[in-house]
Design a protein around this ligand. Structure first.
Ligand code: AMP
Length: 114
């Protein structure tokens, strides 16, 4: 997806300092943070949303969550607690159509979310 901003970041056409990276997953800092720590974890393979990932590709999810675990450990987020958010679809607040998990931490996170 050449026009996808996250694909451009993954392809290193846009420079960022990764928080965590392996062959399958990239974790970066959100450039418009909604909490003292706001990370974005994304699979390197482009899918717009969870429901578009075929069953045959389900290992994408274990890879993604393993990458999230690494970033959480590295940034010591379990100390404060952290919240994972996946906005899916424009009406749910998704602005970048490349599957990604927000990792929010560093402040009290209230429930229910807005
Ligand atoms: P969502 O609105 O759930 O699709 O989340 C997309 C997130 O990507 C937003 O929180 C944006 O602030 C963030 N974002 C967009 N472009 C960049 C970028 N170039 N670097 C880091 N974060 C970005």
């Amino acid at each position: 997806m050449p026009e996808c901003i996250f694909c451009k970041i993954i392809a290193k056409q846009i420079a960022v300092s990764p928080v965590y990276e392996n062959d399958d997953v990239l974790v970066i800092r959100d450039n418009n943070p909604q909490a003292p720590v706001h990370l974005l974890a994304m699979p390197k393979k482009h899918y717009a949303a969870i429901h578009e990932v075929p069953a045959a590709e389900a290992s994408l999810f274990s890879d993604l969550f393993a990458g999230i675990g690494k970033a959480v450990e590295q940034e010591d987020l379990s100390r404060h607690g952290y919240r994972l958010v996946v906005n899916s679809g424009e009406k749910a607040g998704q602005s970048v159509p490349h599957l990604h998990v927000h990792i929010l931490s560093g402040r009290p996170l209230h429930w229910p979310p807005g």
